[in-house]
Every structure is written in C-alpha cells, then in structure tokens.
Write a protein that binds this ligand. Sequence first.
Ligand SMILES: Cc1cc2nc3c(=O)[nH]c(=O)nc-3n(C[C@H](O)[C@H](O)[C@H](O)COP(=O)(O)O)c2cc1C
Length: 207
Amino acid sequence: MALKDVATQGAPITLEDAIFSRRTVRSFLPESVPRELLEKVIKAGFASPSPFNSQPWHFTVVTGKERDDLVKIVRKFPAYLADILALYPKEASEFDSLSEEYISSFAKNLGGAPVIIFASIPKKTNKYARKVDIIACASAIQNMQLTAWSLGLGTVCLTSALWVETEIMAYLGLKDRELVTIMPIGYRESDPEPTSRNDANVTWLGF
Ligand SMILES: Cc1cc2nc3c(=O)[nH]c(=O)nc-3n(C[C@H](O)[C@H](O)[C@H](O)COP(=O)(O)O)c2cc1C
C-alpha cells in the first residue's frame, strides 16, 4: 500500500508503534493533504498538557501561495548554517548524513512539503514563564508529529527556521509572538532510515 493510502485504508497503529517507528521526514510527495487530516494533527497538539491549562501554543497552518511565499523566507536559513552547526557537537550522529550540501538543497523547497505548520508562543520576558511555554508547545509538537506519522504523513521539526524568525513572524502578522519551530508536513516520499539512540542518557537512583 502506498504510504499516502495509509490514512484511509491502513490499520491504525498503536502509540508504541508510532513512537518507535516515527522518523523525521525531509522529502515529501507533492500531493496536497486533506484538511481533515491536518485538523486531526492540530487537535492532537491541542490535547497536550500545559501549566494551568494555559495552552500557550498557536499553530498557523499554511499551504498554497502563502506556503510558497514563506518558503522563500525560510530558504534563507542556510546563510546561517555555520552558526547553526556550531551549536551541536561534531560527534552528533547526524553530522555525517546531514551534509551542508544536503541541508542547502533541502532548504530550497523544504523537501517539497505542501503544508507548513508554524508553532508560536506569546513573547514573555520572564525566563521561567518562557521556558514553561516552550515545554508546553514542544509537547504539542510531539503529539502532532506522532499523530501525523500514524496517519501516514511525515514531518520535520525545523528549528533552523528560527534564524529567519523576524521575517517569518512579520509575514504571518504575529509580531507579539515567538516562533518555537516550523513543521513541514506532507505525505512522505519514502520511509527514512532509522536513526540511532544513545541508551546511556539516563541515571537511575535508588534502584
Ligand atoms: C527540537 C528539534 C529541532 C530540530 N531541528 C531540525 C532542523 O533544524 N533541521 C532538520 O533537518 N531536522 C531537525 N530536527 C530533526 C532531527 O534532526 C531528528 O529528530 C533527529 O536526527 C533524529 O531523527 P528521527 O527524528 O528520524 O528519529 C529537529 C528535531 C528536534 C526535536
């Protein structure tokens, strides 16, 4: 069955399957995504926990001409690639596969994703309040990524777009909000290879 048919014909996958089979997708089919599926993804984001149920997130879902306009802004992020890459250890496991050439080529059309979701929170000066809102928004994003995957879609959490945040938020008319990430979404062209995980990043006390 083609990946894009999973949403309508495939058996639902379990939460565990979604968690462990989900991969970041950077190459999409050109087909549009039915709004009904996008609404399911957004609803999954809205179901996330947040402090005092404050729901600080806002999602702007963009397709068509607005998507194309925004891609023209987002595709400028490779100009900052040296700064972006400097934030991560050279031994990070994706450094080999995500070459500068690959990133620049992906950036040109964001892998062809027909829809982009822009996730934002209110601008806040209190560092704790801001951190808490980012955590809540990130929970929502993960719910959305897993739901998208379970519906046969693919996503990439593309924080590199933060380097062109000012221009993005001006276009969206959201100058009083902070961009958390953008998330290209669409039917996946193929299933990416699994990525590795370091099982050592845990400490057990008192066991
Ligand atoms: C907070 C966050 C930021 C990320 N930023 C980017 C990004 O800017 N560009 C990109 O191509 N992938 C980005 N990713 C995707 C990661 O590269 C990917 O999750 C990681 O390599 C593990 O691969 P997997 O998602 O397929 O398991 C980001 C993921 C997260 C959670």
